[in-house]
Design a protein around this ligand. Structure first.
Ligand SMILES: [Fe+2]
Ligand SMILES: [Fe+2]
Length: 160
């Protein structure tokens, strides 16, 4: 997991996380913080094992750690974060030693983590999409009533 741990130490990664934390200080809905990234990583890894998908652990964790990395740009400039985060993730993944093929799969997962059409796919993108949605604890959320997620998307029961 050396390359994953390198992401955590990357100065750009740390700077983005700091900005997201500041911009979400008053947010009542789900945050985009380390707890969320790790929930996504671990759920995606559980799905990977349960479904025997054979996706590399470092790629799952890397994509999960970076999938919301453009969130501050969305707040500041209105660019959807799954797009805004791509160049940032590309730079970090390259500098942390991920190969071109690995980066391609991970960037696809980041770009499509809000695209329901990947839901059924047996790919990293499919794992990350489902893990991201499954990660939210709507059943225990104070802001559940005000949240714009559809009832169908909300996790009103524990499944993982
Ligand atoms: Fe997201
Ligand atoms: Fe997310």
């Amino acid at each position: 997991m050396d390359r994953v741990n390198k992401i955590l130490q990357h100065p750009t990664y740390k700077a983005c996380l700091r900005q997201i934390r500041m911009l979400e200080a008053e947010r009542i809905f789900c945050g985009h913080d380390m707890a969320h990234f790790l929930d996504v990583a671990r759920l995606a890894y559980i799905f990977n094992l349960e479904e025997d998908r054979g996706v590399a652990k470092e790629c799952i964790y890397g994509a999960a750690l970076l999938h919301d990395i453009g969130r501050h740009i969305q707040y500041l400039e209105g660019i959807p974060h799954q797009e805004a985060g791509l160049p940032i993730a590309e730079e970090i993944l390259k500098e942390c030693g991920f190969t071109e093929k690995e980066r391609e799969d991970m960037l696809e997962a980041i770009a499509r983590h809000r695209d329901a059409s990947v839901k059924e796919e047996a790919t990293l993108a499919g794992l990350i999409y489902r893990a991201d949605k499954a990660s939210r604890g709507c059943f225990g959320c104070q802001a559940e009533k005000e949240c714009n997620w559809s009832d169908e998307k909300k996790n009103l029961r524990i499944t993982y």
